[in-house]
Design a protein around this ligand. Structure first.
Ligand code: F6P
Length: 550
């Protein structure tokens, strides 16, 4: 494909955009009682309502044509079959193999990877069980009470998001901590609460070269050594997850404590692998397996459901509709569940590192918009912070709202109020508030006509702001797995339509390389003039002010 703008469906969508733009969803609902039934789908315990979107049958058909013309189905088969669709790194993209319960082989270079996947999962299970059952002992023969995941990006966000989301499933006498940042505050704040003899570190790094993770690992190692003394005993307190086994062994992690990842699993798609070790320890192997099963069910749905009933395909197409035709720059993810508070951050990497690309699969700069700026926050907190802009600002911000029908420890009064909030927000964004409604409201409140006329423009809401609602029974491991996998596939479908490679991330390299050079200059401690004036000025200012011991 040369680019989506050449496709007939794209051109048709331009015409449809002109037609639908003046229409209001409020009227679409008023004239169509079947809209909810027609534009909502169910997958297991998840209801996906996409009826509050600026679409009708003609738009949906044109969007589905776009998926057909971009060959979304051909591409997903290429992915599942293990073709090297990550063409700039010459790699297949097979995170789906990590949750493949079909019994079918998955071939990479003609070799079935499933036996390895299963045996690595078994090793993860054994380690997690040893720690949870207190069989795994630290250097002084005490059980582990605290597990610290040292990793960043995909080696951090997925497990952390899921540990938070699945808190009700975690055991209580084991604490799981995450350290991702390089600043000394985070690791200091974490270590000062811990005891070396009862702490286990997981060095989670696919490459085992990431600066943030390796500096944190060095600090953790020294912290352990200062107390435990004997290097040989470190193996009781440090394990690693990496595709670079030899580097981990050279670092001093016992070979038997190195868990494997594969280069056909992208970092931001790796929470299903041993990278999820901290999560497995927290919630237990059976719950982890339920999460994998939930993801597998989403994989099957993605692969088998016809396009018009395919949730990730529809999520993707709606995103393209707003991104490329309405000119929306952002996409909001708004979970109404405190345990999902890291979900937007997780999706930020999944989406923006995948689809934040400006060059297409042919190496040519794109002339169409690609991935949106994704942001989000827990819904109620957002309502009291940035929803003002969603309701009355000048930007169109399509949003996903997610909410469980019930919580693990439900307090009915809380939950009823929560539900009323999410439903009201989606309704308000869709309907808005007309001049007549404002007049009536202010009139009923007894305001004089002059005051009503004055307040009118401020009190009106344009509405017509799209949302998808995901309503699920409860946030259990299986549902979380399904939800995350649906988003993964949505990202993939959008990448196919935009004709970009969603699985490389060259854009993170430049800063890393420059940081190396600047670190050397900082360590040398002499004033510099090798950069632009701003960078020179900042480095020299820092060198002049930093405390001498740094
Ligand atoms: O810098 C980006 C990135 O490469 C991500 O894609 C990845 O998830 C993260 O760094 C961490 O990488 P690693 O697991 O190799 O430490």
């Amino acid at each position: 494909m040369n680019g989506p703008t050449q496709l007939d469906a794209w051109k048709k969508l331009h015409r449809e955009y002109g037609r639908i733009r003046p229409l209001h969803m409020r009227d679409m609902f008023a004239t169509d009682a079947g809209r909810f039934d027609r534009y909502s789908l169910k997958l297991n315990d998840i209801l996906f309502d996409y009826s509050k979107n600026r679409i009708d049958e003609a738009v949906r058909e044109a969007l589905l044509d776009l998926a057909r013309e971009a060959d979304v189905e051909g591409w997903h088969e290429r992915m599942f079959r293990g073709e090297a669709i990550n063409h700039t790194e010459h790699r297949p993209v097979l995170h789906t193999a990590l949750r493949n319960f079909s019994g079918d082989p998955v071939l990479v270079d003609g070799v079935d990877v499933m036996p390895e996947v299963r045996s690595e999962l078994e090793r993860v299970r054994e380690l997690a069980e040893a720690i949870r059952s207190r069989r795994w002992r630290g250097a002084s023969n005490q059980p582990i009470t605290d597990v610290v995941n040292l990793g960043i990006g995909g080696s951090h966000l997925g497990p952390q998001m899921a540990v938070e989301a699945l808190k009700p499933y975690a055991i209580h006498d084991l604490n799981v901590h995450f350290v991702n940042n390089i600043d000394e505050n985070q690791i200091n704040n974490t270590l000062e609460r811990l005891v070396p003899e009862t702490t286990l570190f997981i060095i989670a790094s696919k490459s085992f070269t990431t600066q943030e993770t390796m500096i944190n690992a060095d600090t953790a190692r020294q912290w352990l050594l200062d107390r435990i003394g004997d290097e040989a005993l470190l193996s009781h307190h440090m394990v690693a997850v990496t595709s670079n086994t030899e580097a981990a062994v050279a670092y001093g992690v016992g070979r038997e404590n190195v868990f494997r990842m594969w280069d056909w699993v992208g970092g931001r798609y790796s929470m299903w692998s041993a990278i999820g070790l901290a999560l497995v320890i927290a919630i237990g192997p059976d719950n982890f397996e339920d999460m994998l099963r939930g993801a597998w069910e989403a994989d099957r749905h993605f692969r088998e459901a016809p396009l018009q009933e395919n949730i990730p395909v529809l999520m993707a197409l709606l995103g393209v509709w707003y991104n490329n035709f309405f000119g929306a720059e952002t996409h909001a993810v708004l979970p109404y569940d405190q345990n999902m508070h890291r979900f937007p951050a997780y999706l930020q990497q999944a989406d923006m590192e995948s689809n934040g690309k400006g060059v297409d699969r042919n190496g040519i700069p794109v002339t169409w918009q690609t991935g949106p700026i994704l942001f989000g926050e827990i819904g109620n907190a957002g309502q009291h912070a940035f929803y003002q802009l969603l309701h009355q600002g000048t930007k169109l911000v399509p949003a996903d709202m997610l909410v469980p029908v019930a919580n693990f420890r439900c307090i009915a009064r809380h939950h009823r109020a929560l539900m009323s909030n999410i439903l009201a927000q989606a309704e308000a964004l869709m309907k808005g508030k007309t001049e007549a409604e404002v007049r009536e409201e202010l009139g009923a409140a007894g305001l004089p006509e002059e005051e009503i006329a004055f307040l009118l423009p401020y009190k009106m809401f344009p509405g017509n702001r799209p949302t998808n609602t995901f309503l699920f029974r409860t946030l259990d491991p299986r549902t979380l797995g399904t939800l995350v996998a649906l988003y993964e596939h949505k990202i993939f479908v959008q990448g196919v339509i935009w004709n970009i490679n969603s699985y490389d991330q060259w854009g993170v390299e430049l800063g890393k390389v420059l940081a190396k050079g600047i670190l050397a200059e900082i360590e040398a401690g002499r004033p510099v003039d090798s950069h632009d004036a701003s960078t020179n000025g900042l480095i020299n200012y820092y060198l002049g002010l930093r405390p001498k011991k740094n």
